[in-house]
Design a protein around this ligand. Structure first.
Ligand SMILES: [Zn+2]
Length: 305
């Protein structure tokens, strides 16, 4: 009945074509659903990946920023770690370091006197993330994803270099960056990101497997800030690296010392324990954000594969 009704509005030939098209679509949906049931939930990790650890210069700061109430007033030099990760489906950054504007002694004009004297950055222009990318044969335009541990000045300083990338951040961190509590506002430099409202943000709430293959997994490690996130990278040859960001500054934090700068001490300590559990379960290594002794043991000219 329905077929006769439709046929009145179509030529015989068009009607037959529409029926065979319908069969084709139904057959395609059937085979697609068979394929979806038969295929695994996630594809396996790729056979080729590269990870470079580099730094946006050093900071010289009061050690008590890193370890609360321990070595108060002692000035130590720490690296500002960043990561370049090549995956078959994208070129990924984890953190972008200090803004290029503070390079070569120009700190005060951009960060202001208080931050510059408190952190004493040593960054040269060659330490900035775009120069590291070109050193390893990449261009800024090739970066597909920028993942932020958080939006403090030494981690999200160069977001505006990547207007065409996807920016992967916890929703809570974005809200915090734009409207921090007054007592935590000092470490957010709004000039770093005040022109990014139209950027393509992937706003996460919790963990996320970036490419669905287990190779680059974002881990919720709130505590240092409201939306801090760490990164589990499973490399084909090296194995699992847990890039802590500022969730674990140093081995002392790993061993139970409270971080000096934290939004929420309880959440910070829970996140440290979480990363240690994942490190142990994976049989991997925990890499700190601001620890010179560990940084100096790593290779920064060659990729980890
Ligand atoms: Zn930091």
């Amino acid at each position: 009945m329905r077929d006769r009704f439709v046929a009145k509005f179509l030529s015989e030939e068009a009607f037959m074509r529409s029926k065979s098209l319908g069969r084709l679509i139904r057959a395609s949906i059937f085979s697609l659903s068979v394929f979806m049931v038969a295929s695994p939930v996630a594809s396996s990790p790729p056979e080729m990946m590269k990870l470079y650890q580099v730094k946006s210069g050093d900071l010289s700061l009061n050690k008590a920023f890193l370890t609360a109430n321990i070595d108060f007033g002692k000035i130590i030099k720490v690296p500002v770690a960043m990561y370049i990760i090549e995956h078959p489906r994208g070129l990924v950054l984890y953190d972008t370091g200090n803004a290029d504007d503070i390079s070569d002694g120009k700190c005060e004009a951009y960060w202001g006197a208080a931050l510059c004297s408190g952190l004493q950055p040593s960054q040269t222009r060659d330490d900035v993330i775009d120069r590291w990318l070109s050193k390893f044969g990449y261009s800024v335009d090739q970066v597909t994803h920028v993942i932020y541990s958080h939006f403090h000045l030494d981690h999200a300083g160069n977001i505006e270099m990547f207007p065409d990338a996807k920016h992967v951040v916890q929703k809570e961190e974005l809200k915090t960056a734009w409207w921090p509590e007054k007592w935590q506002a000092g470490a957010f430099v709004m000039k770093d990101y005040d022109e990014t409202r139209e950027f393509d943000f992937m706003q996460l709430r919790g963990d996320f497997d970036l490419f669905g293959d287990g190779a680059i997994v974002i881990l919720d490690t709130k505590g240092h800030t409201q939306g801090h996130q760490s990164l589990l990278v499973r490399l084909p040859k090296t194995g699992s690296l847990i890039l802590a960001g500022d969730a674990v500054y140093t081995p002392e934090n790993e061993n139970g010392a409270m971080p000096g700068i934290t939004w929420n001490v309880f959440e910070s300590m829970e996140s440290i324990n979480r990363l240690k559990r994942i490190r142990d379960a994976e049989g991997g290594d925990l890499w700190f954000s601001h620890n010179m002794e560990q940084y100096d043991t790593h290779n920064h000219d060659q990729p980890y594969e």
